[in-house]
Design a protein around this ligand. Structure first.
Ligand SMILES: C[S@@+](CC[C@H](N)C(=O)[O-])C[C@H]1O[C@@H](n2cnc3c(N)ncnc32)[C@H](O)[C@@H]1O
Length: 272
């Protein structure tokens, strides 16, 4: 695997950490405001030792698995009106450079964006291509539709589950996703679906955050995961890079954008 970009600078790491902190604080506030009942709220016993807390967090996640999809849909429907504000705080620091890099790598005529959300990538869509954008949350998608009409590109928007795409095999030249697979209930299944609909000579482009490799930071992310899942249906400790490979993709480039937590990935369908 080769890097596409120069290594992250210290200033960039500080900017990203500050943005991530703000992102978390604003998301928590937004979730707390929009959620009237906290029935699904997981609890971590503060008296447990760290290792026990990690184990209980993993157990909690296992128990949660079957509820993940309805939770993601409900949360993003609730958060839709705050989402651009939350993301705006993040993008104030990192600017548009990650999204414009992602979009500049799009090739071919027909492009599928999955988990389009409120359409944060739409301003970077290339002219003259046929874009199809899907999301599980109708409220998120409504906002994307507005951005789509402003851009002037012809974009088709559909409410659809990544894990059960309604497209034929081998139809898209590029499939792309940004910060989506942290909230997909079964990420490997979703990535297999993307591989199915992608042409054999097509590509996958992804911006994603993953679990940090270090034991300490990784452990902290494991412990915070239930809270983030409750607040914004976001798994912050996923090993998405290995999920991509498990789903039958061959990674060509995996470029760290921020402290080995956020990556830009390019992959092609694996030929067995
Ligand atoms: C963190 S948001 C990212 C939105 C957008 N890609 C961005 O970069 O701002 C995750 C999005 O994935 C969508 N999502 C989660 N699970 C999904 C699924 N199974 N099928 C389709 N969309 C899904 C959510 O509704 C949400 O809009």
């Amino acid at each position: 695997m080769a890097n596409l970009l120069p290594p992250t600078t210290k200033t960039e790491m500080i900017r990203v950490s500050t943005a991530a902190f703000m992102f978390t604080v604003v998301s928590m506030a937004a979730a707390a405001k929009s959620v009237k009942t906290a029935k699904a709220r997981p609890a971590i016993n503060p008296h447990l030792l760290i290792s026990h807390a990690i184990a209980s967090s993993n157990q909690l996640m296992a128990n949660y698995a079957k509820h993940l999809k309805p939770l993601a849909r409900r949360r993003y429907d609730q958060l839709a009106r705050f989402y651009d504000l939350i993301e705006g705080a993040m993008e104030f620091f990192v600017g548009d450079k990650w999204r414009s890099r992602l979009s500049s790598l799009v090739s071919g005529e027909r492009v599928l964006e999955v988990g389009v959300g409120t359409g944060r990538n739409i301003p970077y869509y290339q002219a003259g291509k046929e874009y199809i954008a899907v999301d599980l949350s109708p409220n998120m998608l409504k906002r994307a539709v507005k951005k789509g009409s402003q851009k002037g590109n012809e974009v088709v928007f559909l409410v659809m589950d990544i894990e059960r795409l309604a497209f034929k095999d081998n139809v898209f030249d590029t499939v792309l996703a940004s910060f989506t697979f942290c909230s997909v209930a079964n990420p490997v299944k979703g990535l297999q679906e993307l591989r199915r609909v992608c042409k054999p000579d097509g590509k996958l482009l992804m911006l994603e955050h993953v679990r940090p490799r270090g034991r300490l930071l990784g452990g902290i992310f494991d412990m915070l995961n239930p809270l983030m899942l409750w607040a914004i249906a976001d798994n912050i400790n996923r090993d998405t890079i290995s999920h991509i490979e498990k789903a039958g993709w061959k990674i060509k480039y995996c470029t760290p954008l921020a402290s080995n937590i956020i990556f830009l990935v390019q992959a092609v369908p694996h030929v067995f």
